[in-house]
Design a protein around this ligand. Structure first.
Ligand code: ARG
Ligand code: ZN
Length: 845
């Protein structure tokens, strides 16, 4: 059942209004629907409704029973049996939320009812044309034994055991939501730019109400930011967020009723790290921003997913940059992009930002659609400039409000405001793979010429690649350190292209791909002197970090492949950087962090060397020890100076703690864990408590602290996720699988909770040395559990299969062990379509 973009056709029927009544009961919820349809004159035909796992009790059209066909996926009424013109379809179905472990449709989590409909979950609630181009005005009545009853839009009426909601904005079914539970609200208000007051609520289970204040503030900040930066105002009287413990993804932008994985909305100093605070802020913003980019203007079909996701990620990134530090945020984004999207784009799962076919759309909520999708928006803005960018956005909002549209519509808005032809640029959506960009320089008579060459390696199903449009931001710096050409965007469109700068007094040093202006792999032969110069003088913080990163990577690669010890260049540069108090502590923390083992493995593979995971692990550990001893004079001082004092989850405090924890990790190798033990005992915040524990565990100690961490936090699900995750994440390669296996027998392990499952198996796959331990134990353990989880929760199973996507990098033994496991998964009887698609793609043709 592969679905193709090229086969898109409008539906036979549009929806006008939808009335739903839910009589909630754990195993026998009744859903009554009353839907007004009108024929689509442009494409007439049978009435085709999606429906899965539904027990149909009755179906009527205009009040009368009708002949219909039913399959396990559809209910179809022949065109000949339909009235002429608009008609009302009514149905009653029964569903069982309590046994819904797939967490798609209506399900139960810790005693509450909740929904997840994107992408195609609404069809598990009732019969409906479950496609994003069909939009209707929903009125919902909830009847429940539980006190809180929520749905989309504004509250309309309520009484003992029932509540009615009306959403005036037409929306596709994937934005439908319903919640009922014994919940508490943390409330606030926001006054919009036109003076309307909006009630804000974050609903949580009892006991979590003290973890909502930060999320509420993030929501208020997001609402204000979208008004100030994009001119977008909120459009209902109320905005509700609900925290749910069992959730497949991060969160969901249902109209007026966002539903969040509790890990992405709850935050308190004692239980959440700075990274969690930052993530909560970013995801709250992301879901809120969807109100315009996703809800008011939605996608015509699921191939256009990046239309709302790439743009909304870009918007949340800009917001976080404004709230914190743009330089630090950009480095974090690039780290993520390389770790997840480049990894995907350079393996068997590589796909277009706008895919052309899929079996299961849930498998395309990927780093490529989201993160590369966001990079495309950033490149567009860089090419046309800020003014044209906001003009284009405004035109898009005006022109398409209330519509379900495509990437072509998005691009057209920018063509219309700039008069540019963006056809070539648009190829970013239809060509997979990460371009390699190389550069040579020549200097003569005051002229510097930069010659760039780009090429993109083949990806599955796409052998021939064309050059992409690349905005390459550069700067030129004179030998005395002064900038002679400030930020300049070169627009590259050809395979090879030269750009010349004239009238230069002396040969400058070039800073290339500033702010990581295009998602490419820059292959630049740069000598040590130039690199050191840029490290000291570049005005672009991203490139300063990048130079340090390259040094660290080269150092590790030389240690691994040639046994060469680190150069003093690297060690001295790092020391200078760390001691430079004019630099932001958050930035220094990023400079101190070593490239991940996975990153090194990819780098070696790209350079034609088969990565040896054990050597990578050992040499990286070796380098940590070398750094600890080389930096021993400055570590204690850095540690003391960066005590942020009373906990505040802002950029300044979190930056200091980030540096302090990075320093502590090395310090622990020198002081047998003294400082870390002390901090573990005295810390009043999770960043430092968990940081101390991680430092100890990474040094091979800390078992006592691990036990006392459990005793202190066993009652808190989200902190327990960290407890599971930490010990696996930093386990030595030969122990990781064993530790993970033991933890699956722990009484707090619950495979049905995606957060807990990911805490264990996400940590195992993220522990590069442990996952690729030579005995293959981790491969087998993960496969065992994927096979167990698949019948319960196909979506999370399929997603976790990505652990194997890099298998072609490794030696023949590892490849054959992984292949055996993939084949074993694929051979499982009744394997879900989700997992089948993923494993098939990973195995390749
Ligand atoms: N639209 C949501 C977001 O980006 C993601 C929901 C995806 N859920 C899924 N089951 N595929 O915030
Ligand atoms: Zn999103």
């Amino acid at each position: 059942q592969t679905i193709f973009l090229k086969d898109y056709a409008e539906p036979h029927h549009w929806v006008d209004t939808v009335h739903l009544t839910f009589k909630l009961a754990p195993r026998a919820t009744r859903v009554m629907s009353k839907i007004v349809f009108k024929p689509n004159e442009a494409n007439t035909g049978d009435l085709i409704l999606n429906g899965e796992d539904l027990t149909l009790l009755s179906a009527r059209i205009n009040g009368a029973a009708i002949p219909h066909e039913q399959t396990d996926r559809h209910l179809i009424v022949k065109q000949a049996d339909l009235p002429d013109g608009p008609f009302t379809f009514e149905a009653e179905v029964e569903i069982s939320p309590e046994t819904n472990t797939a967490l798609e449709g209506l399900y139960m989590s810790s005693g509450m009812y909740c929904t997840q409909c994107e992408a195609e979950g609404f069809r598990k609630i009732t019969y409906y044309p479950d496609r994003p181009d069909v939009m209707g005005v929903f009125t919902v009545r909830v009847e429940s034994d539980l006190p809180v009853m929520l749905s989309n839009g504004n509250p309309q009426a309520s009484g003992e055991g029932w509540a009615e909601w009306h959403d005036p904005w037409p929306k596709p079914a994937y934005l439908f939501a319903l919640v009922s539970g014994d919940l508490l609200a943390h409330s606030g208000q926001f006054t919009t730019m036109s003076g309307k007051t909006v009630d804000l609520n974050i609903y949580v289970r009892k006991g979590d109400e003290d973890k909502c204040a930060f999320g509420l503030q993030a929501l208020i900040d997001s609402m204000r930011w979208d008004e100030q930066v994009y001119g977008r105002e909120y459009d209902l009287d109320i905005f509700n967020i609900v925290a749910v413990d069992d959730f497949n993804m991060g969160a969901m932008e249902n109209k007026g009723l966002n539903i969040f994985n509790s890990s992405c909305v709850l935050a308190s100093a004692e239980t959440s790290t700075d990274a969690t605070f930052e993530r909560v802020e970013g995801i709250i913003a992301h879901e809120y921003f969807h109100n315009w980019t996703g809800n008011r203007i939605t996608c015509r079909d699921w191939f256009q997913l990046c239309l709302k996701e790439g743009l909304t990620v870009y918007r949340d990134q800009m917001f976080s940059g404004d709230m914190r530090s743009h330089a630090v945020k950009r480095i974090e984004e690039v780290l993520q992009l390389r770790a997840r999207q480049f990894r995907e784009d350079n393996g068997p799962l590589a796909h277009n930002v706008r895919p052309e076919s899929f079996v299961e759309i849930n498998n395309f909520y990927t780093a490529t659609v989201y993160e590369k999708g966001a990079e495309i928006i950033g490149m567009l803005r860089r090419l046309i400039g800020d003014e044209a960018y906001y003009k284009g956005c405004n035109l898009y909002f005006e022109r398409h409000d209330g519509q379900a549209v495509t990437i072509e519509d998005w691009i057209k808005a920018f063509e219309d405001v700039t008069g540019r032809d963006l056809t070539h640029f648009q190829q970013w959506y239809s060509q997979a793979g990460t371009p390699r960009l190389s550069v040579t320089e020549s200097w003569a008579d005051g002229s510097l010429t930069l010659t760039f060459t780009q090429s993109t390696p083949p990806t599955p199903g796409q052998d021939d690649k064309r050059p992409q449009v690349l905005p390459i931001m550069i700067g030129l710096i004179a030998p005395d350190g002064s900038e002679v050409v400030p930020n300049t965007v070169l627009e590259m469109t050809e395979s090879t292209q030269s750009f010349t700068f004239d009238n230069l007094a002396e040969r400058p040093v070039t800073s290339i791909l500033r702010d990581f202006s295009a998602p490419v792999i820059l292959q630049r032969d740069i000598d040590a002197k130039t690199r050191a110069f840029l490290l000291a003088h570049d005005t672009d913080p991203f490139n300063v970090w990048e130079m340090g990163r390259m040094l660290a990577k080269d150092t590790l690669v030389a240690m691994i492949t040639e046994g060469t010890p680190p150069t003093t260049d690297y060690l001295d540069a790092l020391k200078t950087m760390l001691s430079d108090e004019t630099k932001d502590p958050a930035f220094r923390a990023l400079c101190l962090a070593l490239p991940s083992q996975d990153d090194i493995a990819q780098t070696l593979f790209d350079a034609g060397t088969t990565p040896d995971p054990m050597a990578i692990y050992e040499q990286r550990e070796e380098l940590r020890h070398i750094l600890a001893s080389f930096l021993q004079d400055i570590l204690p001082d850095l540690y003391d100076k960066n005590d942020a004092g009373a906990f505040k989850p802002d950029a300044e405090g979190s930056g200091k703690r980030a540096l302090r924890m990075a320093v502590l990790s090395l310090l622990t190798l020198n002081d047998q864990g003294k400082a870390a033990q002390k901090l573990f005992e005295t810390a009043d915040n999770m960043t430092e408590q968990a940081g101390a524990l991680m430092a100890l565990l990474s040094a091979g100690i800390g078992q006592e602290e691990l036990a006392s961490f459990y005793a202190q936090w066993f009652h808190d699900r989200l902190v327990m996720d960290k407890w599971f995750m930490m010990q696996i994440a930093v386990a030595a390669p030969l122990e990781a699988a064993h530790i993970a296996q033991n933890l699956t027998h722990h009484s707090d392990f619950d495979m049905k909770n995606p957060n807990r499952f990911r805490a264990v198996f996400g940590a195992l796959q993220g522990n590069h040395g442990g996952f690729h331990a030579p005995d293959g134990a981790a491969y087998k353990l993960l496969a065992d559990w994927l096979i167990k989880l698949d019948p319960l929760n196909p979506q999370t199973t399929a997603r976790m299969c990505g652990a194997f996507e890099t298998w072609k990098r490794y030696d023949a033994d590892r490849q054959s062990m992984i292949k055996d496991q993939l084949k074993r998964i694929l051979g499982t009887p009744n394997l879900s379509g989700d997992t089948t698609e993923m494993v098939t793609r990973i195995l390749g043709a």
